[in-house]
Design a protein around this ligand. Structure first.
Ligand code: ZN
Length: 443
């Protein structure tokens, strides 16, 4: 994506600004110029450039999603960088981090460079790249992490091919020891999750399908904690989903067992339970799976009390045909970019369980700090990546309206409150008054 465009100034007038990074929440006008935030002034200050009236709306830093499967290269029938970043912009995201389990896998610097080229040509928002932990995701040989980071990767992850051996886990942490980069791990002890397609319990029994033992998550975390002993590592846990995982995470955080131990969860884990599989079938199948009501409540509590610092989508598009193969055969994953903000507002903010600022922190400054990304703040001088939200707009989720090629969501038909009005990327509207505007890319 080029930032060499849209130099003209514009001033957003009449909104309430919420910037969790600076602890700022008040009515104010905000001016953008040359792709950067130029100033924030009291309402009614003389504007510069184009005046954009946004009364009654919320302005916040552009949302950041650190867990997105854009599917390109290799799976363009599911999603492309173009369609995935359109979905991102539609959902208010100005930066997404692309997971490396593509074909080829993003496991070496040449592939990072090729992907960066493709991003420059077609992305509609900022895309950062996460590098793969093992060569071809085969778990035989670790990738060269420092080389991937030098090529521009913002972190290393084993998502889609989670490390199982003590030796590889330790070697992975050691490779990152002298860096500030994060290892992002998918917690799954495969001897427990086995061939399970949903949570092991009531629903798997009723449907007569194999289930994943809910102890898988905590077992994997226990293994990481053991191998990390004395290594002073920074570890980030992807898509936390069990009450036991949350409880053990709190213990490890209290003990200071790691230099930093952070976690994310996705809206589906604190909005839904395994029961959703009965209604939505394969469109509610993801890995890790939806769990029980007790798990859902524990996840939500962990988001509220700060045990979990990040809300990410794990946006994982598949085609309708792939998902139509039935619960056992269909691939894991649900889309999330276009529903995340509304779900979070509906289930955390409008229920008065978490303040808007603390909620938005988990989708702006927290992921920015963890991955050392630009943005995540409205501080003057920062990139003009901005999301404008109508917090009270009621709407019904309709997958047919998605910009993502994926329609696989267990939230079809859900009533939600809060909608993205506009998305500004590098000083330019990519979405305005609810409509997407094409971003001009490098030739
Ligand atoms: Zn994932």
């Amino acid at each position: 994506m080029s930032s060499q465009r849209n130099m003209a100034a514009l001033t957003l007038v009449g909104a309430r600004l919420v910037d969790p990074a600076g602890g700022f929440a008040a009515a104010a006008d905000l001016c953008v110029e040359q792709g950067k935030i130029k100033w924030i002034k009291p309402p009614g200050s003389p504007p510069a450039g184009e005046v954009v009236p946004v009364g009654g709306l919320i302005i916040c830093p552009g949302l950041i999603d650190m867990h997105v499967h854009l599917r390109e290269p290799g799976f363009e029938h599911k999603e492309t960088i173009a369609s995935g970043t359109q979905a991102a912009v539609a959902g208010g995201f100005t930066t997404v981090c692309a997971m490396p389990n593509t074909a080829p896998v993003i496991d070496r610097p040449e592939r990072v460079a090729r992907l960066q080229q493709r991003i420059a040509q077609t992305a509609q928002c900022n895309v950062k790249i996460l590098g793969a932990a093992t060569i071809d995701n085969q778990r035989r040989q670790l990738a060269d992490f420092p080389a991937l980071l030098a090529a521009g990767c913002v972190g290393i992850t084993d998502d889609a091919a989670s490390l199982q051996s003590d030796q590889q886990m330790r070697a992975a942490l050691q490779q990152l020891h002298s860096t500030e980069a994060l290892f992002l791990t998918h917690l799954e002890a495969e001897q427990l999750s086995g061939a399970g397609v949903v949570n092991q319990g009531k629903v798997s029994e009723r449907l007569g399908v194999a289930g994943q033992d809910c102890r898988s998550e905590v077992a994997a975390l226990r293994q990481w904690a053991q191998v990390a002993e004395g290594l002073e590592s920074r570890l980030h846990l992807l898509h936390l989903n069990t009450a036991a995982g949350v409880k053990y995470l709190r213990e490890l955080q209290t003990e200071g067992h790691f230099r930093a131990l952070t976690a994310e969860t996705a809206p589906h884990y604190f909005c839904l339970t395994e029961e959703a599989v009965l209604e939505f079938g394969a469109d509610a199948k993801m890995n890790p799976p939806l769990r029980t009501e007790a798990d859902r409540q524990a996840l939500k509590q962990a988001v509220i009390d700060g045990t979990i610092q990040v809300i990410a989508t794990d946006h994982a598009p598949h085609t309708a045909d792939e998902k139509a193969q039935g619960l056992v055969e269909a691939p894991f994953g649900v889309v999330g970019l276009e529903t995340c903000l509304a779900l979070v507002l509906t289930h955390l903010v409008h229920t008065n369980e978490l303040s808007l600022s603390k909620t938005l922190a988990k989708m702006t400054c927290n992921p920015a700090r963890l991955l050392n990304l630009p943005g995540g703040t409205l501080e003057p001088g920062s990139p003009a990546d901005i999301t404008i939200v109508d917090p009270n707009k009621y709407w019904t989720i309709d997958p047919e309206q998605f910009y993502s090629q994926g329609r696989n969501t267990p939230f079809a038909g859900a009533s939600v409150r809060g909608q993205v009005w506009g998305t500004i990327v590098a000083g330019r509207f990519a979405k305005r008054e609810g409509e997407l505007l094409a971003v001009q890319n490098q030739p």
